[in-house]
Design a protein around this ligand. Structure first.
Ligand code: GLY
Length: 364
């Protein structure tokens, strides 16, 4: 394998670049804006079970990635000396009393359900309106920003050429091959290309990936007060992700507003009201930061992985709500595909051709 050019310097692009490099491939990454990538916008939940994904190849993909996380992050931490904040803290999904009769399947209930007494013992401080909930001990979290920084540093230390602030605008093609990536600073060439542009992927190639905005904020447990949240809370209207240093990340809205930037009064108000309702103590915690990001979302909310209409272009985009979770398995499967030509059977389910007719990608 000759040189690979990865379009996208977010967590997916960097994870792929690093895995390729570890297989001896020369890699360049074109990053439009490291700070705007979806990795910064996320909360870092590793939550295939709390997200209630139905049994499917997608759930299999998510579970395989969650299983890779401990060794993947440990390796990164050893390489860089930086923490990724991986924490196998489990995820609690509280249910308000009024909603419990519509709760999930009996099978899940038998395994994971906590009744009113048990859930309040498990997590003191929940709203008294919580009447039960699910406990998913294998779901976990990672500090998405720390992870992105560790990946960046590991990539640089490994000799990957990261070009920051260079947005790709289009592809130059000839017959069934990509011959260059066009950017504002000129053309970039390689033997193979990977499109990992997140929410901005459709600016490069007409893939059906659209930005779904998520607004977020964080609060800090006051100094001297013990961190009483020891697991993620995944409520129906809000999730709350406690970091070990006392920061609590609250998210997130889901909005179809294009790339419209900024936090809005409505977005912030909705998050705060839902968070205070679920876990009233945070009403007095000082607010630290507001931010927003853009999920890369396809019409069926599943990623685009693997081959493309061009022989030397691989797709790794459209991860919607699960980009952080899916980074290690995406890097593994995409690298095996590029370097060894080995297509894991799961890749079939995420092939771009499922949109060929309805979204016009056949015109590529
Ligand atoms: N993964 C959670 C979210 O996208 O809001």
């Amino acid at each position: 394998m000759g040189e690979v050019l990865v379009i996208g310097g977010g967590i997916i692009g960097l994870a792929i670049a690093l895995e390729l490099k570890q297989q001896g491939v020369a890699v360049t990454v074109l990053s439009r804006d490291f700070k705007q990538a979806a990795a910064h916008a996320a909360a870092g939940m590793l939550a295939p079970q709390a997200e209630a994904l139905p049994p499917s190849p997608f759930l299999d993909l998510c579970l395989r990635s969650r299983a890779l996380y401990p060794s993947w992050t440990q390796h990164l931490e050893e390489q860089t000396g930086l923490s990724t904040g991986y924490w196998a803290c489990g995820i609690l999904q509280p249910w308000y009393e009024a909603a419990i009769h519509g709760k999930r399947s009996a099978e899940a209930e038998a395994e994971h359900w906590l009744d009113r007494t048990a859930i309040h013992q498990h997590q003191p401080g929940l709203s008294t309106a919580v009447g039960g909930g699910y406990w998913f001990p294998l779901d976990a979290q990672v500090d998405n920003r720390a992870l992105a920084i560790a990946l960046w540093q590991a990539a640089q230390a490994a000799g990957i050429d990261i070009q920051e602030g260079i947005p790709a605008t289009s592809l130059k093609t000839q017959a069934s091959r990509v011959t260059a990536v066009i950017t504002s600073t000129g053309e970039w060439q390689a033997d193979h290309y990977v499109l990992a542009g997140g929410a901005w992927s459709a600016e490069v190639l007409p893939v059906p990936v659209s930005p779904q905005k998520g607004q977020m904020l964080s609060v800090q447990v006051p100094s001297g007060e013990a961190l009483s949240l020891q697991q993620v809370l995944f409520g129906s209207e809000i999730y709350m992700v406690p970091r070990r240093d006392g920061l609590i990340v609250l998210g997130a809205t889901s909005e179809w507003v294009g790339f419209s930037p900024g936090n809005t009064p409505m977005g912030v108000n909705t998050l705060l009201a839902a968070a205070i309702r679920l876990y009233p103590a945070i009403a007095d915690y000082p607010i630290q930061e507001f931010w927003w990001g853009f999920r890369p979302t396809t019409p069926d909310e599943l990623p685009l992985l693997g081959s493309s209409p061009y022989n030397n272009l691989t797709l790794a985009t459209g991860h919607h709500r699960n980009g952080i979770l899916l980074a290690p398995i995406t890097a593994r499967l995409i690298t095996d595909w590029i370097v060894q030509g080995q297509a894991d059977p799961l890749l079939d389910y995420f092939h771009y051709a499922r949109f060929q007719l309805k979204d016009g990608i056949s015109g590529l």
